[in-house]
Structure formats: structure tokens, C-alpha cells
Design a binder for this molecule. Structure first.
Ligand code: DGT
Ligand code: CA
Ligand code: CA
Ligand code: ZN
Length: 576
């Protein structure tokens, strides 16, 4: 797919045109970029089938932009873009990763200080050159430095959701080679960690040589670190490293176990083996020189006297080993057990699809119900809904529900928790909704005590049902805000408020530790996609993985309830 490449270029053109003080055009490029990001069909395919005419028929793509797209498909570059980049040699892609720095800020800093990249930005901020501009100040300068710090820390790790489709595609490509008997992704990917350092691919084969050839020659490969008989390492053009190892069938379980990790889990298993007078390695479990287990992982755990431990649990710092010994591992929620999605945005605010489109797509994912939760009025940049809009949307939902079968839409909202803990939608309107989500979207930099009190006050509103993305963090972008999670969990139980596991790949909020804690204390959780377009239901699996990493069973998650049960649950909630 070249769509993402083109979308990125169009977005950069929009910023560069704006730097050039050109009116209106930037907005058109930005809109086109957003449309293309969400397009299901490959632009190259569209073009091959219907030429430039077919491109022009895509909404929000006009004559001028369709010519640029054609140019890219034909020549692999866009002349205007190259010229603009020469005129403004600014690393937009890099700079816009800094939290709090948007296109306007990038333009401003280039005009005033000729800042082109993160290094120059950092230097300027450290020399206090930003704080004296109107509308900037010391606080913003500090935040920019914090944002830079954050990016530096995260460098090299990728949010799993960002690279997951590519990883699976590569796995399938390798799997289709005739020399390959089996291929599996091990390492942190198999443990579904929030972010991954590199990808570890394990292959069973008697003939590794052609596999090494194929692997090191994949079109995505940017650099070969090493190419051996049975193992190789490459860096892809997107910066991600991949290791591949070929093993024999006989040691597959042991190798898979070793390369799945975590390292701490491996160390603990080896100790258990040692205590039994055995030796565990990536080649198998041995008594002296005699191979006694290692063909499968199940066999390995069994021989060590443990219950099988799911990969998502293999990093709980020893807890999982203790539980496996005592037969106390949870029966984790399965990847097919969600029946509803309680946070879904639409084109009424910042989502890209209609209510009906979202509902129909949810049905394809096997869901029985969704809650529409568009943003509310104080989140102005998303065009947040006012009371009267919510009432109107409710009517629309009722109408659509009559048209659809097999999927039920509930009326909801993602209501802003204001600085003082009050909600930005009045009680009479909240009363009319089926499910009320509440969330912090502003004033993140409060003291722990103030933030905790703010959220507790909001949870005490009798209409509040779910606390969305409870810590507000964005991976690689924004630290969680300061909050006393013990108190929040206690209050969630007392006020019967659901705590959300937001499945959006750069949120994954709550994190695994808080999930574990919330479950232990007895709170109820939900797993929601936070979808902003129809493709985002695909994120639910990352939320389920996160829940599993937090030791969640089916019963801990509210939206594993079927429609009837869920309806009963919210009706009961409404009556109190
Ligand atoms: P990552 O790549 O940083 O997201 O995390 P992992 O867990 O995928 O780590 P990686 O790629 O360095 O190694 C893959 C697995 O190999 C790791 O989970 C456990 C195993 N492993 C690697 N180095 C060691 C080691 O020094 N000792 C032990 N026991 N296992 C190791
Ligand atoms: Ca790895
Ligand atoms: Ca590795
Ligand atoms: Zn939100």
C-alpha cells in the first residue's frame, strides 16, 4: 500500500504550504491526507483501474491533489514537495512528535529561530529562547523539553500496534516458503508488550539456507547486521530490527520458550530446572546429556512441574511461576470473548465514519453492541457536542437502531471532566444517555492530590458509568498524569464506576499493573477500542492482550456480557 506514504507527504505539504503563507490550500491538503489515511483501497490499484478520474472521485480530493497523487504513482516523487522541502528544510515528521508542538508551532519556530529539527529545538529551549515569545512562557518551554526527553527515551522501541500488521505480513511471507515447516513470532511480540525493541522470528526447517537468503533480501530491509547459517539480523527501512533463527523440530518448544522470554521468566525457569537436577537451554531440558523434554512448550512446563503459562503472563516478576506451581493461574479472557465496545467516536466529532458505518463494522467484528461516545463541548478542537446535539444524536441512534439487525447502538458520550471535577454536560442530558463515559482531556499538570480529587468528584456524579483512559498517558508522547490509583479504584468500586482499558495502541490505559490491582481489589473493567474510524475495531485485540497481561478473566470485563445481560446491567445501573 502506498496510501500511508502519500498521506504523509500530503500532510507535510500542507504544513510547508502554510509556512509559505499560502492561504486555504494547506487545509485542502490536510483533509486529503486524512481521507487517504482511512482509505481501504490502495491508491495504486484505484489508479490502475480508473486513472486520474477515479482518484478525483474520492471525497475531498480535487483536481490539483489528484495530479500530485498521479505524479507520485508514476515517478515516486512529487516535484512541488521536493521544492518546498528545499525552501523549508524542516524535519516536520520529527518535530511533530514533540508533545505540545503542532504545525503552527513548527512554523512559528522556523520563522523566528530557524529551528529545523529536535536538536535545534532542544538547544533553543535550554537557552531559554522560547519563553519570551508571546503565548509561550516558561511552562511551555519546560513542557517542550520534557517532550523531547520522552522521545529520546522511547527511541528504538515501537508501539506494538504500529508495527503489528507488518510483522504478521512478514511472518506469512516466510511461512509460504516451501522450506519452512513452521514460523512463529517470539519475544516481546508474543508476550504482547506495549512496545517492542525488536522482532524475534523462529522457524522450523531442515534447510535454512534459502530462508536466510529470502529474509535478508526482503524489500523492506535497509541494512543487514549479520547473515549466518541458521540465524540473521536485519534492520528494516522503518528502523525496526528483526532477528530470525532456524531450529530443528526436536527443540522447537525449548527454543520458542527461550526466545519468547521474558529474560526474567527464563532465568526463573532455569532455576527450577536446576533445583530438580536438570538443565534447561534453548535446545531442550536435559538430565545429564539426555534430552528429556523440549518438543513443545506444554511438555516443557509439565516436566518442570508447572501449569502452562500463557506468554502474556511471562513477566510478572515471578508471580506467574508461583501461581503456576500452586495451580492458581487465572483463566484469562480469550481473544474472542468481547461482545461489545463501550467507546466509539463518529463523524459527529473527530471520528471519520458515520454512526451506521461504525455499527455495521462492529457487527462484522462479531460484536453485539456499541456505545457511541463522541466528545463533548469543551473539547473544542474535535467539535465537541453540546447538550442539544447529544439529544439530536440520540434520536438519530434510535432511528438507526430500527434499521439494523444483529447490532445494537447505545447512546453515550465521552464527557469532559473539568478542572474542578464537574462534568461539561448537564444532568438532565446525561439522564437521557444509556452509558456515560467520563474522561480527563485538559489540565494534565495538576498535583496528585488535586487530580485524584477531581476524578473522584466526577465519578460521584450519579450518571457517570465509565472512567475512560484513566491515567491519560500517550506512549512516547505524554506521561500519565499524577493520580492516586488506589483511591480511584476504591472509589470506582464504591460508586459502581467501570474502569476502562483503552485499547488504542498508543494509550493502552490502564496499564497491566493497574489492571491487576483493580481486579484484586474487586473493580469492574471494560475493554474499548476508542475507535475513530471503522478500521480501529482491530485495536480491540491489543486491549484484550493488555487485560490478559493484567491477569484478567472473562468475568472481570463488563463488555464480555452478551447484549441482553448488558442491557439488564445498565438498566439496573440507571435505576439507582
Ligand atoms: P524487546 O525486544 O526489548 O522488546 O524484548 P524481548 O523480550 O523480545 O527481548 P530480546 O529481543 O532481547 O530477546 C528475546 C528473548 O530471548 C528474550 O525475551 C529472552 C531471550 N533472551 C535474550 N537474551 C537473554 C539472556 O541474556 N538471558 C536469557 N535467559 N534469555 C535471554
Ligand atoms: Ca525482541
Ligand atoms: Ca531480539
Ligand atoms: Zn478521548
Amino acid at each position: 500500500m502506498i496510501n500511508q506514504k502519500i498521506a504523509k507527504i500530503l500532510y507535510e505539504i500542507s504544513i510547508l504550504l502554510d509556512m509559505d503563507d499560502i492561504q486555504f490550500k494547506p487545509r485542502a491538503y490536510e483533509k486529503a491526507s486524512l481521507t487517504i489515511q482511512d482509505l481501504n483501497e490502495d491508491l495504486e490499484v484505484i489508479y490502475k483501474k480508473g486513472g486520474i478520474k477515479a482518484i478525483k472521485e474520492i471525497p475531498s480530493i480535487g483536481e490539483g491533489i489528484s495530479r500530485k497523487i498521479e505524479e507520485f504513482i508514476k515517478n515516486g516523487k512529487i516535484k512541488e514537495y521536493e521544492e518546498l522541502k528545499e525552501k523549508f528544510p524542516v524535519d516536520i515528521d520529527e518535530l511533530k512528535r514533540v508533545e505540545g508542538l503542532g504545525p503552527k508551532g513548527i512554523k512559528f519556530l522556523y520563522k523566528k529561530l530557524k529551528i529545523k529539527n529536535i536538536e535545534e529545538l532542544e538547544r533553543a529551549a535550554k537557552e531559554n529562547k522560547l519563553r519570551n515569545f508571546e503565548g509561550w512562557g516558561q511552562k511551555k518551554e519546560d513542557n517542550i523539553l520534557k517532550g523531547i526527553e520522552f522521545i529520546k527515551k522511547g527511541t528504538g522501541r515501537f508501539p506494538l500496534g504500529q508495527v503489528f500488521p507488518l510483522i504478521n505480513e512478514i511472518r506469512d511471507r516466510i511461512g509460504s516458503l516451501k522450506e519452512v515447516k513452521k514460523v512463529i513470532i517470539a519475544g516481546s511480540v508474543r508476550r504482547w508488550k506495549e512496545t517492542i525493541g525488536d522482532v524475534d522470528i523462529l522457524v522450523i526447517s531442515d534447510n535454512p539456507k534459502p530462508i536466510m537468503e529470502f529474509f535478508t533480501k526482503m524489500p523492506e530491509v535497509g541494512k543487514i547486521y549479520g547473515k549466518g547459517e541458521t540465524k540473521s539480523t536485519v534492520k528494516l527501512m522503518n528502523g525496526m530490527d528483526i532477528d530470525i533463527r532456524v531450529v530443528e523440530e526436536k527443540s522447537y518448544g525449548a527454543a520458542l520458550n527461550y526466545f519468547t522470554g521474558s529474560k526474567e521468566h527464563n532465568v526463573a525457569l532455569r532455576q527450577i530446572a536446576k533445583d530438580k537436577g536438570l538443565k534447561l537451554s534453548e535446545y531442550g531440558l536435559f538430565k545429564g546429556n539426555k534430552f528429556i523434554a523440549g518438543r513443545t512448550e506444554e511438555e516443557l512446563y509439565k516436566t518442570l512441574g508447572l501449569r502452562y503459562i500463557e506468554p502474556e503472563l511471562r513477566e510478572s516478576h515471578g508471580d506467574e511461576i508461583k501461581a503456576a506451581k500452586e495451580n492458581k493461574l487465572p483463566r484469562l479472557i480469550n481473544y474472542d470473548e468481547l461482545k461489545g465496545d463501550l467507546q466509539v467516536q463518529t463523524n459527529w466529532t473527530d471520528g471519520s465514519n458515520s454512526i451506521k458505518e461504525m455499527a455495521l463494522e462492529a457487527k462484522k467484528y462479531g460484536l453485539q453492541y456499541i456505545v457511541i461516545t463522541d466528545h463533548t463541548k469543551t473539547l473544542a478542537m474535535t467539535g465537541g457536542l453540546k447538550e442539544k446535539d447529544l439529544i439530536q444524536q440520540g434520536k438519530e441512534i434510535a432511528r438507526i437502531n430500527k434499521e439494523l439487525n444483529g447490532i445494537r447502538i447505545f447512546k453515550g458520550a465521552e464527557v469532559n471532566i473539568l478542572k474542578d471535577g464537574s462534568l461539561d454536560i448537564n444532568d438532565e442530558t446525561l439522564e437521557q444517555l444509556d452509558v456515560v463515559g467520563i474522561a480527563v482531556h485538559s489540565n494534565f499538570n495538576m498535583s496528585k492530590e488535586d487530580m485524584t480529587n477531581r476524578i473522584i468528584k466526577a465519578m460521584k456524579n450519579k450518571h457517570a458509568d465509565i472512567l475512560f483512559h484513566p491515567t491519560g498517558r500517550i506512549i512516547h508522547k505524554r506521561e500519565p498524569f499524577q493520580v492516586d490509583m488506589d483511591k480511584i479504584i476504591k472509589m470506582a468500586i464504591e460508586t459502581n464506576t467501570i474502569l476502562e482499558i483503552d485499547a488504542y495502541p498508543d494509550r493502552l490505559d490502564l496499564n497491566d499493573e493497574y489492571i491487576k490491582k483493580a481486579i484484586k481489589m474487586g473493580a469492574k473493567l471494560s475493554i474499548d477500542s476508542d475507535a475513530h474510524n471503522i478500521k480501529h475495531f482491530d485495536f480491540l485485540k491489543f486491549g484484550i492482550a493488555q487485560a490478559r497481561r493484567g491477569w484478567a478473566a472473562k468475568n472481570d470485563i463488563i463488555n464480555t456480557m452478551g447484549l441482553k445481560e448488558f442491557e439488564g446491567y445498565i438498566n439496573q445501573k440507571r435505576q439507582r
